[in-house]
Design a protein around this ligand. Sequence first.
Ligand code: F6P
Length: 335
Amino acid sequence: MPSNTPIIAADKIPADLYPVIKSLCTVAVDVVKIIAKGPLGQSLGHEVGENSDGDGQKALDVLTDEMFAADLKNQNVRWYASEEQEEVVELNPQGTLALAIDPLDGSSNIDVNVSIGTIFSIYNAKDGANESFLRPANEQICGGYIIYGPQTGLMVTFGKGTQYYLLDPDTGTFVLIEDGVTVPADSNEFAINASNYRHWTKPVRAFIDDCVAGVEGPREKNFNMRWVGSLVAETHRILTRGGIFLYPSDARPGYEQGRLRMVYECAPMAFLIEQAGGQATDGSDPIMNHQAEKLHARTPLIFGTSGKVARVATYHDLPEEEVSALFGSRGLFRN
Ligand code: F6P
């Protein structure tokens, strides 16, 4: 690569955000190398502790957090909120941006060579550390993820559509391959951790029952299920070929608000999906209108192809008799 070729072209990226995006891409290229080495390099998948929310922390979670924080310290980022750190950290007191990050999403997949990623969300910084992040998701000025899979890519939005850049391994640069990504309107795929079926609420069970019932059920159509266990990979699939993802609240202790974190997982994914013409809700209300009450707060997350997400909301509005009815007698959705 000629030494003056930037790691990512500047022309589609707002000038004030470009150095930060460049920094994220630069670190990502190093992360890719570490992931690719797997057990030939340092041990990545072993537990090294617990994060503030009680989730096991893997060596790669901690390492990537340190790598991103170290590089972003030299940028215009005042506040840094990471899944791996209990409190917001002040990186550059002169910075004007606040960046939230899940440095390594999908860490249960590190050891098994399945796609993982980094998720990030950017706001204009306020004076207070927490108030910079505890605000409506629709105040984000950027949201995105980097996927580390068979290909490495950056999916990003600055509020004017969703862009997809692919890392060219020959040049080490991120190349814009789609400007204006749209969630396909037609898909027969749904994604949910079905092992939690017994813990779900009745509307969620009814929605999934109707998918599983296929052509014999009220949807009169066969569906296919996918569950990777990396939010980045599920989002990437939905942005590529449509479908719906659900991580609802359920009856397990600690899952009253689902599993996923509002500030650095759900808000940026909702921003990307909405900018690509899809929808993201907590089952009824748009995630983009939500505001976390604390840094590591969770929220139920349902997103994907608009029509499908809207349909889940209608199940939440059904009267008890309809949701509890066997799918054969749930007449409302027959068309
Ligand atoms: O919180 C992170 C995460 O690993 C997501 O990437 C993924 O969607 C989800 O949790 C997987 O949840 P489960 O362990 O229920 O499969």
